[in-house]
Design a protein around this ligand. Structure first.
Ligand code: SF4
Ligand code: SF4
Ligand code: FES
Length: 326
């Protein structure tokens, strides 16, 4: 592997050629604000929250999509870089609704997910002059049975579009219009529920601010526990994490595993209500002898051993052993 040597915040660093300044800094424990970039996604470089100062360059560079060259001198925390990073965060915050959709834990005063995280971390204060320029309110789209679309919290970071196109290969989401009118749209600006969305929820998992959320988990993000599990629906074996509140699953997140790399389909992501259905079987049932499927009270409750015995007998008969001898 060929290496490149450069200076990062005054420290001499060697890194693989082609690696981004952002990732090199991250490996060294240097945090740079970022919103449009997410690990595993192709860097897009559109939010400019991650800009850094490079000696001799007129403009600041987005660290998520810039690689160092030999001898380059990079500052992630110079006064100029920080001023610009903070200005981006402040301008985005100025456009956010007061009541956001993805709180940091249970903090209603930090209601914009990753944006609130960086605002907190960088100590950004929103100036009233900027707040006064907030964009017009956008109405919510709750046409989808599982997902809420609140574009008043959208920062046009494009993560949902990349998730839909690159991860799910569905291409439902696009950015339409220009300038301040730029807007996330589903198909030809259809309501999400009427679009060709396959409800995988990848966009929801990718959205940094809560503009796209599972309907069951808008607002307060505190849960009682998170349970790592395996999707029960098919044999692929996707890993996931159940978020549980009051002993009820309220949302699901894809977990990195060999079969899914954090992705889920509609069943794994949203098909969890069966776990709490009153119709769910809680004890084994045995069909009464001679009663057909629709013959009224066709089954008897039984213990697990009693239910397993007839099955075992039949299987032994199939393989040629006298099951009735059991
Ligand atoms: S849920 Fe999946 S298919 Fe639907 S818009 Fe989001 S990423 Fe695309
Ligand atoms: S909906 Fe979320 S992921 Fe999509 S562009 Fe807006 S903020 Fe980014
Ligand atoms: S995170 Fe680099 S430009 Fe958005």
């Amino acid at each position: 592997m060929s290496l490149v040597e450069f200076t990062l915040n005054g420290q001499s660093v060697q890194a693989p050629v082609g690696q981004s300044i952002f990732n090199i800094a991250k490996d060294l424990g240097i945090a740079i604000p970022h919103l449009c970039h997410k690990e595993g996604m192709t860097p897009d470089g559109n939010c400019r929250a991650c800009v850094v100062e490079i000696d001799g360059e007129r403009v600041l560079a987005p660290s998520c999509c810039r690689s160092p060259t030999a001898g380059m001198k990079v500052q992630t925390d110079s006064a100029r870089a920080q001023k610009s990073q903070n200005m981006v965060l402040e301008m985005l915050l100025a456009d956010m609704p007061d009541q956001g959709h993805k709180w940091l834990e249970d903090r209603a005063e930090a209601p914009h997910g990753e944006l609130s995280q960086w605002i907190d971390r960088q100590g950004v204060q929103l100036r009233p002059q900027l707040a006064a320029l907030r964009r017009d309110a956008v109405s919510a789209d709750v046409s989808h049975p599982a997902m809420a679309v609140n574009l008043d919290a959208c920062i046009q970071c494009n993560r949902c579009e990349r998730a839909c196109r690159d991860v799910q290969v569905n291409g439902v989401i696009g950015l339409a219009f220009r300038g301040a009118q730029t807007q996330v749209v589903f198909d030809l600006q259809d309501p999400m529920g009427a679009s060709s969305c396959v409800a995988c929820g990848e966009c929801v998992q990718a959205c940094p601010t809560g503009a796209l959320m599972p309907k069951t988990h808008v607002g307060n993000q505190v849960v009682d526990k998170k349970v790592d599990s395996v999707c029960p629906f098919c044999g692929v074996g996707c890993l996931l994490t159940y978020k549980v509140k009051d002993n009820t699953i309220i949302s699901v997140e894809g977990r990195d595993g060999p079969a899914n790399h954090g992705r889920l389909c509609v069943k794994g992501r949203f098909g969890f209500d069966y776990a709490h259905s009153p119709q769910r079987l809680t004890v084994p049932l045995i069909r009464k002898a001679g009663v057909g499927k629709h013959g009224g009270a066709a089954t008897l409750e039984s213990g697990h051993d009693d239910a397993a015995l007839p099955v075992m007998k039949r299987m032994m008969n199939v393989v040629g052993v006298d099951g009735d001898a059991c």
